[in-house]
Design a binder for this molecule. Structure first.
Ligand SMILES: [Zn+2]
Length: 435
């Protein structure tokens, strides 16, 4: 039975779909998973809507029939409203998914007398910030209103003027900020500037949700490297598979959403040995990620130039084969990076210079080409996250177990925030490596 998700609007209330794999302690936090709403850890009491029954530990819960469940969170006090509007900011921010790097995704809502009078989000690097769009939308109504922003407003001249000035000029009364910006050139200076202008500022509303929204941006700001995620498929008897589940590459499939979300995807040229074309996200309006194709000296990658012709996004070849770099690919203006050894240091450094915040290491094709990268990723603590798909396959014994080198890595690593999503075709789980 599939859970139904209802979309109902009640003034001052947020309707939170209850995911089938829910955990109130660590709410679903993976952008590639379809649940983007996050129940608050402590749902308040004091609701006024007639509901069917009460669950004392999680707040009001309404059984909606047909297998669907809803939690209705209705708060009349300001603190609850703050959470509601910041969650709306996050929802708006996500409209820019895949487009904003090296910038973060940001959403902004202007609220006056309990009504939303303006909304905006940052659509793309180089375009105005969320606050500018929301203030434009609100017009004169912004005066004495409260501005909600999922990330601290900037206070510096970048490609656009500082948002703090726009908020001061619009005479907003209060600003509620989801989280401070880890970018050292912003880092609390935006909040200070607003307070100095006499604006009341509240910081840290739905902070965890806002942090998860921009986990890649935050990671890059703090480490100087893009967030690196390892993706692979397994059979139910624990063998590595060069397969993806049925329909996962279709619209709303987890793989299609990963491609929308990540700035770059690393693939092996061996993947294109047959008729496979370069994967592309099927999400409407998706910005296709940069495809980094590893071309190793002794790999069977003659087909690469053929598939590249069909690629909808940018393709970059990383090769340790100087002859290949000098030949056809160069003549055809395909960006080629020739290196002595293809490793994560060079790939992540390249991505970082391009302003990319997230990289997906997509383990398909010839697994041996990933062996050194994964070992390096573990040793140097570069792999932050993993996405594993379990397929309904029980396969026979392979000649050699391609997972063996990975299984024999000495270092054990703690896994946190494990989440899963199931369909009848596969189970996908994601988690973070905590070194
Ligand atoms: Zn700004």
């Amino acid at each position: 039975m599939k859970a139904q998700i209802f979309s109902v609007s009640l003034p001052g209330c947020s309707i939170i779909p209850l995911p089938r794999f829910s955990s109130y302690v660590t709410p679903p936090n993976f952008a590639s998973f379809s649940s983007t709403h996050n129940p608050s850890k402590n749902l308040p009491y004091g609701f006024h809507k007639p509901l069917i029954w009460v669950h004392k530990t999680t707040g009001w819960k309404s059984n909606c029939g047909g297998g669907g469940s809803l939690i209705v969170q209705c708060g009349s006090n300001e603190e609850n409203d703050d959470g509601f509007y910041i969650r709306r900011c996050v929802e708006l921010a996500r409209k820019g998914v895949g487009y904003t790097s090296p910038n973060p995704m940001v959403g902004c809502v202007i609220v006056k007398d309990g009504k939303i009078v303006g909304e905006g989000f940052h659509p793309k690097a180089g375009q105005p910030h969320a606050e500018v769009f929301a203030l434009r939308d609100a017009g004169d109504m912004a005066e004495n209103a409260t501005a909600y922003v999922s990330l601290e407003p900037c206070n510096h001249f970048g490609r656009t003027p500082p948002c703090t000035e726009a908020l001061v000029k619009a005479k907003v009364k209060k600003v509620v900020v989801g989280m401070v910006d880890p970018n050292p050139i912003v880092a609390s200076k935006g909040v200070d500037r607003l307070r100095n202008a006499g604006i009341e500022v509240v910081v840290g509303v739905e902070e965890d949700l806002c942090k998860r929204l921009n986990e890649a941006y935050i990671h890059r700001m703090l480490t100087g490297r893009p967030l690196l995620t390892l993706r692979y498929s397994l059979s139910v008897n624990g063998n590595l598979l060069d397969l993806l589940g049925d329909r996962v590459t279709d619209r709303n499939g987890y793989y299609s959403r990963l491609l929308q979300e990540y700035d770059a995807v690393v693939l092996s040229s061996s993947l294109f040995g047959e008729k496979l074309s370069i994967p592309a996200s099927q999400e409407p309006g998706a910005n296709q990620p940069s495809m980094i194709i590893m071309h190793k000296k002794h790999s069977s990658s003659n087909q690469i130039p053929l598939v590249i012709n069909e690629a909808t996004g940018k393709v970059i070849i990383f090769t340790d084969d100087i002859t290949a770099a000098n030949s056809e690919m160069t003549q055809r203006a395909i960006e080629t990076v020739a290196v002595d050894t293809i490793n994560l240091d060079v790939i992540l450094d390249y991505c970082n210079r391009q302003g990319l915040c997230s990289v997906l290491l997509d383990m398909r094709g010839n697994f041996s080409e990933f062996e050194d990268l994964v070992k390096e990723g573990i040793k140097k603590r570069y792999i932050n996250k993993f996405v594993t798909e379990i397929l309904p396959v029980w396969n026979g014994r392979a000649e050699t177990d391609p997972l063996m080198p990975l299984k024999s890595i000495e270092q054990g690593i703690k896994v946190v925030n494990l989440q899963s999503k199931a369909s009848d075709q596969s189970i996908v789980f994601e988690g973070y490596l905590k070194f």
